[in-house]
Ligand binder design. Structure first.
Ligand SMILES: Cc1ncc(C[n+]2csc(CCOP(=O)(O)OP(=O)(O)O)c2C)c(N)n1
Ligand code: SF4
Ligand SMILES: [Mg+2]
Length: 344
């Protein structure tokens, strides 16, 4: 008689399939599919209950992605470019949840740029992924604001404009965790996702995610071939959860440690040179130079674990606001009268 194999479970007694979503309807080979798989693996390996996660997205192929991971989590699809304000409100209402947002370069950097800037300056605790392919994939491949100058696409002509660098915008915009990765480098994507999920503040991940249907020619800056040839990893990054004994297998002086709020650590092993992800002005110079040299810099680019998050700025009760009874959430009649009296 054939024996049935029991699926492997994690510390919260769930198998990896408990973290999956509906079957994807994205094109085969789309970078977004690869990011989705790493979200599933990261959450499984971190033993997070899917019910403790809330997913957010806007509009685009990338924004369809939350359907394809964590089907046991709640999810919100916003209007195009408006996901950050929806996420801010939802997370404020229940600060016990972990937010994972999936957006696109069109959704965030074209129509959504204003909202993106404000969610970063407010340091809303959430993982904010931009699956960046240089085009509007869903509406058939128009140039997005991250497309490189001179990119020529069938039916679109040649892009005359300079691109916007998402990482640059995030560092200047005061996001407290900024990283870049490449969908063709799944290990790095996974480790960065795990670190981002432990960050208390906004974690922006610019992930180059090729659109195989509209923008994957070898010389295009968001293609698999270009990414593979031009990726320059700043460090070899490993995420070490609190529960695991830290096995430092690096020589002294060869690695940098970043301590996270929850006691976990990010280990950054030196590759070419020492890299300090806390020195904002040096980072901006490095990004400028990398763009000039056409290098795809990846890794943990900037981190600040000291800045207060949006929720730390308010005197919030321990219980989530959306679970407080009406008599605790509504101001009393006398309070309203007092406020009104102050107005006149
Ligand atoms: C207000 C509004 N304007 C325009 C559109 C059309 N539209 C839908 S998705 C999209 C762009 C999506 O691009 P991106 O965020 O890069 O996602 P991708 O499909 O490339 O993953 C556009 C312009 C829309 N849905 N709503
Ligand atoms: S059109 Fe492009 S972005 Fe959309 S699913 Fe296909 S490959 Fe992905
Ligand atoms: Mg896009």
């Amino acid at each position: 008689m054939a024996t049935q194999r029991t699926p492997k479970v994690n510390l919260v007694n769930l198998s990896k399939s408990d973290y999956r979503g509906a079957p994807t309807t994205l094109c085969q080979g789309c970078g977004h599919n690869s990011i989705n798989s790493q979200i599933i693996t990261a959450c499984y390996e971190l033993n997070i209950l899917p019910e403790d996660i809330v997913k957010f997205s806007g509009i685009g192929c990338s924004s369809k992605s939350p359907t394809y991971f964590l089907e046991r989590s709640f999810g919100f699809n916003s209007l195009h470019g408006r996901m950050p304000s929806l996420a801010t409100g939802a997370l404020f209402a229940d600060t016990s949840l972990t937010g994972i947002a999936m957006s696109g370069d069109g959704d965030t950097i074209s129509i959504g740029m204003g909202q993106f800037k404000h969610v970063m300056r407010r340091n809303v605790p959430m993982v904010y992924i931009v699956a960046n392919n240089g085009v509007y994939g869903l509406t058939k491949g128009q140039f997005s604001a991250t497309a490189e100058e001179g990119l020529a696409l069938k039916g679109q002509g040649q892009n005359p404009y300079m691109p916007i660098d998402i990482v640059w915008e995030a560092v200047v915009g005061r996001a407290t965790f900024v990283a870049r990765s490449f969908a063709g480098d799944p290990k790095q994507v996974r480790e960065l996702l795990k670190a981002a999920l432990s960050h208390r503040g906004i974690a922006v991940l610019d992930i180059i995610s090729p659109c195989v249907t509209f923008n994957n020619q070898d010389d295009a800056h968001h293609s698999y071939a270009w990414g593979r040839d031009h990726e320059v990893a700043l460090h070899d990054l490993s995420y070490v959860p609190l529960a695991e004994e830290i096995m430092v297998d690096y020589d002294a002086g060869e690695s940098k440690e970043v301590d996270m709020h929850d006691g976990s650590r990010i280990m950054l092993r030196k590759l070419e040179s020492d890299y300090d992800p806390t020195d904002r002005s040096a980072i901006l110079c490095m990004l400028e130079e990398a763009n000039r040299q056409q290098e795809l810099i990846t890794g943990l680019i900037y981190i600040d674990t000291e800045q207060k998050s949006l929720f730390d700025l308010y005197n919030l009760p321990d219980e989530p606001l959306n679970r407080l009874p009406a008599d605790r959430i509504r101001p009393r009649r006398e309070t309203i009268d007092k406020v009104n009296a102050m107005m006149f």
